[in-house]
Design a protein around this ligand. Structure first.
Ligand code: ADP
Length: 272
């Protein structure tokens, strides 16, 4: 699996008073098995960008390649792409509607026209992958906590067996414990199932400790990309675009992990 964007631009409502260029000349490559953190201030274009990756939004100009195939060519199977690139929207639990958790997770595979056995096997596997205990499977989704509901919604996407999992602010609105649990679970999917993951967040702190690579967006453009340590070194620029720098202790740890010499007595990022 690979995804490549070449000079992608996107304009909302062109030719109207509300015309807004949300993406500007995006060039980006996502490789198999990568765990990417897509970060940026609200309105920087993150949601617009990820909706291009599974063809929900069509670029105003530029090209997108999935496994080196141009997704805008007429012979490309765009519908198939939606199953390969699983997108978990913000507050995905708002879309839960079935009478039980299990049925909800079966919904997607059912729509693919798979057999009942196959749908149920996929649902069991997906619920196991998100770490939702079996005792909850026959409950109504509405009886669950916020974090549990979100796991069910993620399981619904995993049951489609995507090659890439994209999550838009998966920790929004959860308490700190719920946030950690979800991030740990996503990280486990990447580590143990070798899933390619794109995690969208406006908080560096949330994602930096898990991802291999950060892609920082600002005003519709890719502002910076690199390993967390490479990106953190530019904390002044990051603060300028409204991204609070992560905790100093964590930055130190990460820089050291990536082989940078770190002064153990340093107490501010500036000294890093
Ligand atoms: P983010 O996900 O980083 O918060 P978005 O991709 O949602 O950013 O938004 C990027 C820009 O596009 C923002 O200026 C936003 O106001 C604008 N935008 C988003 N959705 C629409 C829409 N449906 N119509 C017009 N403008 C939009």
């Amino acid at each position: 699996m690979s995804i490549r964007l070449e000079n992608v631009n996107y304009v909302y409502s062109p030719d109207s008073a509300f015309c807004k260029q949300a993406l500007k000349d995006i060039n980006l490559e996502i490789k198999d098995g990568e765990f990417i953190g897509l970060i940026g201030h609200t309105g920087s274009g993150k949601s617009t960008l990820i909706q291009h990756l599974n063809g929900l939004i069509r670029a105003t100009s530029g090209r997108i390649y999935y496994n080196e195939q141009d997704i805008y060519e007429s012979q490309f199977n765009l519908r198939g792409l939606r199953a390969l690139v699983g997108l978990v929207f913000q507050y995905p639990e708002h879309q839960l509607f079935e009478v039980t958790v299990f049925k909800d997770v079966c919904f997607g595979p059912n729509n693919l026209g798979l057999s009942k056995d196959e749908c149920e096997a996929r649902a069991r596997e997906a619920l196991r992958l998100v770490g939702l205990k079996k005792k909850h499977w026959q409950k109504s989704p509405f009886e669950l906590s916020g974090g549990q509901k979100r796991r069910v919604a993620i399981a619904g996407v995993l049951a489609m067996k995507p090659e890439v999992l994209i999550l838009d602010e998966p920790t929004a609105g959860l308490d700190p414990k719920g946030r950690n649990d979800i991030l740990e679970q996503i990280s486990k999917l990447h580590r143990e199932e070798h899933m390619t993951v794109i995690l969208v967040s406006h908080s560096m702190e949330d994602v930096a400790q898990y991802v291999d690579r950060l892609v920082v967006m600002n005003r519709g453009s890719v502002f910076m990309e690199g390993t967390p340590a490479q990106v953190f070194k530019h904390y002044v620029e990051l603060e300028r675009i409204g991204l609070a720098a992560p905790q100093v202790t964590y930055v130190m740890h990460r820089l050291a992990q990536e082989g940078y010499k770190v002064d153990p007595d340093a107490t501010t990022i500036r000294e890093a």
